[in-house]
Design a binder for this molecule. Structure first.
Ligand code: ADP
Ligand code: MG
Length: 245
């Protein structure tokens, strides 16, 4: 997917200025940058939780959007089905057990049968190492387990891209490690991922591509290797990395 010349303001506060970026399929793209720089707004624009006021979005060969125009319901549905979102605070349905959390959208949006949706959900729970939690309620899980359920729930829609906004920043290091392990496995399987994170060690391990955002602009867009390599570093990136480590 691609954003071209995208601008987004909240009232008089312009938070994204002429954003141009490309997020390749089959790779891991990591967005990094200081708090308040616009990372979440970029991610939320990618699945239209926010609509920028101008610019273009080329999602895939089927869907191109001009942000200055009203969005059709059909386009919004296509986009939502093809971008799974994982939030910092999991956002599980608290009154549904884990299996029902994962099967709700496949059954009601994709119209899968209960049996088919449950068969897929059980495979995905095994994949995120939670095969024994199908009947549990969200508040019976640790944060790390809840976040892995949220990842399984996103995968159940079989979206083209999964977008994760600081998926581990609410977690203790031990629980964070369980989640990062699942994400590394998905990366190995060439699942397209877009991850906002402050964990630079993880970013370095997983990113095919890094996008560094500051004050609503992109200061770096390129391979993870070059981002972390000392000799290629822009002074601002050097300062950011040393402030984080
Ligand atoms: P980041 O994720 O990099 O911390 P955000 O994208 O959340 O940054 O925020 C970028 C800027 O936009 C911040 O100044 C923030 O206060 C502002 N902002 C984000 N969401 C809203 C909103 N819904 N209403 C008003 N201002 C917002
Ligand atoms: Mg954010």
């Amino acid at each position: 997917m691609k954003l071209k010349h995208v601008n987004k303001s909240f009232g008089s506060n312009q938070v994204l200025t002429d954003i141009n970026l490309e997020i390749p399929a089959g790779q891991v793209t990591v967005l990094v940058g200081p708090s308040g720089s616009g990372k979440s707004t970029i991610l939320r624009s990618l699945n239209l939780l926010e609509q920028p006021e101008s610019g273009h979005y080329e999602f895939d060969e089927h869907l191109q959007i001009d942000f200055s125009q009203p969005l059709s319901k059909k386009d919004l549905l296509y986009l939502r089905q093809n971008t799974g979102m994982v939030f910092q605070d999991y956002n599980l349905f608290s009154h549904l057990n884990i299996l029902d959390n994962i099967t709700a959208a496949p059954r009601h949006v994709l119209k899968q049968s209960k049996a088919a949706a449950e068969a897929t959900a059980k495979k995905l729970l095994a994949k995120v190492n939670l095969a024994d939690k199908a009947q549990s309620l969200p508040d019976q899980l640790s944060g790390g387990q809840a976040q892995r359920v949220a990842i399984a729930r996103a995968l159940a829609m079989n979206p083209k891209f999964i977008l994760l906004d600081e998926p581990t920043s609410a977690l203790d290091p031990e629980l964070e490690a369980e989640v990062l392990k699942v994400l590394l496995q998905l990366a190995k399987e060439k699942q397209s991922l877009v991850i906002v994170t402050h964990n630079l060690a993880f970013a370095q391990a997983v990113a095919d591509k890094i996008i560094f955002v500051e004050a609503g602009q992109i200061l770096y867009d390129g391979p993870g290797t070059a981002f972390f390599s000392e000799e290629n570093q822009h002074p601002r990136i050097k300062r950011f990395i040393s402030s984080m480590t």
